[in-house]
Design a protein around this ligand. Sequence first.
Ligand code: MTE
Ligand code: CO
Length: 390
Amino acid sequence: AAAGDPAITEIQPWMQELGPGVDEFPYGMPSPYESHVRRRNVEWLTADPVSSINFTPIHELDGIITPNGVCFERHHAGAAQVDPAKHRLMINGLVDKPLVFTMKDLMRFPRENHVYFCECAANSGMEWRGAQLNGAQFTHGMIHNVMYTGIPLRLLLEEAGVKTNGKWVMPEGADASGMTRSVPMEKAMDDCLVAFKMNGEALRVEQGYPLRLVVPGWEGNMWVKWLRRLEVGDEPWHHREETSKYTDLMADGKARRFTWEMDAKSVITNPSPQAPLTHGKGRTVLTGIAWSGRGTIPRVDVTIDGGKNWHEARMSGPSLSKSMHRFYFEFEWDGTPLLLQSRAHDSTGYVQPTKDELRKIRGENSIYHNNGIQTWYINEKGEAENVEIS
Ligand code: MTE
Ligand code: CO
């Protein structure tokens, strides 16, 4: 510092010329220096990008809101390019009065704002048999947390009048996959939303523009995008997405089905394999995210020595039901290797299990609903690696 830091002593280019004026970018983009912050896929996971998945760069974000441009995408037939003027939402089946709404019709219903996480049931699914993918983005990035503006599904169903034997609702997508799931009436009448805005702006095409179903706390697959139809029935439909997919194969060869709720889970996003410690020993900030499909996260514990000592993390930001929570743990790093873990507690008293505890009940044949505790090994250089300890 004696020689003088050129970042201070020299006049930088951006002080020597005028910047772009207002209106140069009518819809703003992040700084070009942030171009590494992007969704990424894992090529070997899927055969074709139209039936594929990419991952939210959770190690590059902070707070609890996921910016729209980096929300992970999961499409079964690509992202449908829907013209809102030609889009309709139909309610049919066991109702007194079948209805068809235009987007304009829907804008005349009372709307609400809620922040919810959407997690694909397959998040962390590649980790069932051991540590596999090297990065929080890839192990835990099938999640986003967004403020939705939408109409309570209950209001639309009440408008159509659900018959007394109407016990299930089947949302259907307008994409080429025509995705459908069976949603129990109790959930449909509770907190589901027919959403048209995310974080204040129209839904992104990738997230189901112009309409998507929001099913708070439940697996992402049920959050039907490009929502075009809601059929009311007296029993579940047993379609592909709830039989061959989104069932949990247990150790005894039997499959659990209708495992809708997302269990409490957490992950340390920094440091992590894509975000190593580059500053050497001393003052260190550890941070991560936690969520539960059953409520809030009043507490997260953190260990830096593989579970010998646990510390209560500092929660910061709004604590909302079925939303992401942010935690921090500040410590002095002595420069020796670390084994980092986080453990979420939710408002029902449930505590996030270790991977071994989970495997005792679930076996190793599952894909979905892996909420086991994640471990990162940090070496003397600050580099991080996905590992498991027992
Ligand atoms: N809805 C339709 N119409 N088509 C789809 O392929 N994918 C589902 C769900 N809704 C899908 C869909 C799955 S498996 C998930 S995890 C979420 O959307 C992902 O939502 P996102 O793309 O906004 O992240
Ligand atoms: Co999914």
